[in-house]
Write a protein that binds this ligand. Structure first.
Ligand SMILES: C[S@@+](CC[C@H](N)C(=O)[O-])C[C@H]1O[C@@H](n2cnc3c(N)ncnc32)[C@H](O)[C@@H]1O
Length: 209
C-alpha cells in the first residue's frame, strides 16, 4: 500500500532528525501526571515520536503501546526500549485510518499536532473509546508556536485553540469528568539556544467507572 500524506511528511521529518531528539519525556506531561499518582496499567501514547514519554511511562511501571505514523521513529523507539529493558510495544498507524486495538487505563497525546489537514478531534474521539472505565485521558498541546520550529516559521499567524475550545470540540459527552483544562506557560530553550516562553494547553479527563 502506498504511503499516506502523513506518513510521507513525518517520515521525512524523522529521517532528518537526530535519533536522540525527543527521547526524554516532555516536562509538561511529567508535571501533569506525577501528582495524579495513578496506578500503572496499560497506556497508549498517540504520536509517540522518538518515545520520550513512552520510556518515562514504562520506567514508571506502565505497559506502553507507542503509536506513530513514522516507521523510522518507531524503529528507533523499539531499539531503545529493548536496550533499556522497557515494556514498550510499538505500532505503526496512520491514525487518520487505523487505530490500535485493546483497552487502556491511560491515553496520552503530547503535542499530537501536525501542519497537515487532519481531523484530529475525530482521531482522539476514536482513541478515547479505547480507554477503560476509570481510565485517564491526558492531552498536552502547544498553545503557542514552539520557538524555532517549522510551526513558528510557516504558521506565524496560526491560531491555536484554547484548551476549553479543544475540550469542547472533543465532545466526549456524558461519562467524562475533567480533572483540569488549562494553559501553562513555561520557559523553554529554542533550537537556536534562545530562551522563550511557551504555552502548553493541558487537558486531563477521567472516564466514569
Ligand atoms: C509534534 S510531534 C510530537 C511527538 C512526541 N509526542 C513528542 O512529544 O515529542 C507529532 C507526532 O505525531 C505523529 N503523527 C502525526 N500525524 C500522525 C498520524 N496521522 N498518525 C499517527 N501519528 C501521527 C508524528 O509522526 C509525530 O511523531
Amino acid at each position: 500500500m502506498s504511503a499516506t500524506q502523513s506518513e510521507e511528511y513525518w517520515e521525512e521529518r524523522y529521517r532528518d532528525r537526530e535519533p536522540e531528539w525527543g527521547t526524554n519525556p516532555n516536562a509538561a506531561l511529567v508535571a501533569v501526571l506525577a501528582p495524579l499518582d495513578l496506578t500503572p496499567g496499560a497506556a497508549l501514547d498517540l504520536g509517540c515520536g522518538h518515545g520520550g514519554d513512552a520510556f518515562w511511562l514504562a520506567s514508571s511501571g506502565w505497559r506502553v503501546t507507542a503509536v506513530d505514523v513514522s516507521a523510522t521513529a518507531l524503529t528507533r523507539v523499539s531499539a531503545a526500549a529493548v536496550e533499556r529493558g522497557l515494556d514498550v510495544t510499538t505500532e505503526q498507524h496512520d491514525l487518520t485510518r487505523t487505530l490500535p486495538s485493546g483497552a487502556f487505563d491511560l491515553l496520552t497525546a503530547s503535542y499530537f499536532q501536525t501542519p497537515l489537514d487532519i481531523d484530529r478531534d475525530a482521531i482522539l474521539r476514536r482513541a478515547v473509546a479505547l480507554i477503560r472505565p476509570g481510565g485517564t485521558l491526558v492531552v498536552v498541546d502547544h498553545g503557542s508556536a514552539p520557538p524555532g520550529s517549522r510551526l513558528a516559521h510557516a504558521h506565524a499567524h496560526h491560531v491555536f485553540p484554547k484548551p476549553d475550545e479543544t475540550w469542547a470540540s472533543l465532545d466526549l459527552g456524558d461519562g467524562w469528568t475533567t480533572v483540569r483544562v488549562d494553559a501553562v506557560v513555561r520557559r523553554a530553550v529554542a533550537p537556536d539556544g534562545e530562551l522563550a516562553d511557551m504555552t502548553d494547553n493541558v487537558i486531563v479527563a477521567r472516564r466514569a467507572e
